[in-house]
Design a protein around this ligand. Sequence first.
Ligand code: GLP
Length: 242
Amino acid sequence: SPRLTVVPSAGDVADQVARRIAAAITSNPKLVLGLATGSSPVATYQRLIQLHRDEALDFSQLTTFNLDEYIGLASDHPQSFRHFMQQQLFDHVNIDLANTHVPDGQCLDIEKHVAEYESAIATAGGIAIQLLGIGSNGHIAFNEPGSAADSRTRQVSLTGQTIRANSRFFDSVDDVPRTAITMGIGTIMEADQIILIATGDVKADAIGDAMLGPVSPDCPASLLRMHNDVTFFVDESASPKR
Ligand code: GLP
């Protein structure tokens, strides 16, 4: 069953999650880490960069797998999740880019690519810690409501709500890709440990539904309650209000 850790501020969430990840890297430098994009993990990445600079936290043997990527965006497109990871984390630590994996939004054969992504995770030995954000409709990665508990890495269509929410990063809503590649819920659930980060009152309802509502694909994050090592790390304003 899930643990809910409520701390006063978004900064406290970042501190605690970064400390936990750093401890895991220190005890196993070859850790396989699942990473997320969006605004939620940014402060955590900043803490990890600090720990690299101040305490020589070593990323050199780490392997990472990101959750998702927009279809159609080149890896150097400013809004691609590959570009986001470079800017927010990879360019600032001593990670070997060859060991960083983000789905390729420009792959020519999506079926083949998603199968290869799944086998790369398996070959790496599986994901030890998976970081997650949560969408305001309860989506995790790009698994929108209705996604099956046993879904795998695949192509998905984004909901209008997600397209509108993510349009803040684009010039206009028309520029937001309509499809994406995402790890499935079944893929995510195979991580040994899952850490979901949510901050701000816009996430309180989603956290309430995920933690206290029915376990149902209607709220993809609620399916995480079937995992035996999941922690919801939230600040006061994102804590469930019911
Ligand atoms: C996006 C991502 C999710 C992320 C969610 C919330 O759609 N695919 O992985 O968790 O939005 O984003 P944010 O953290 O910016 O609120």
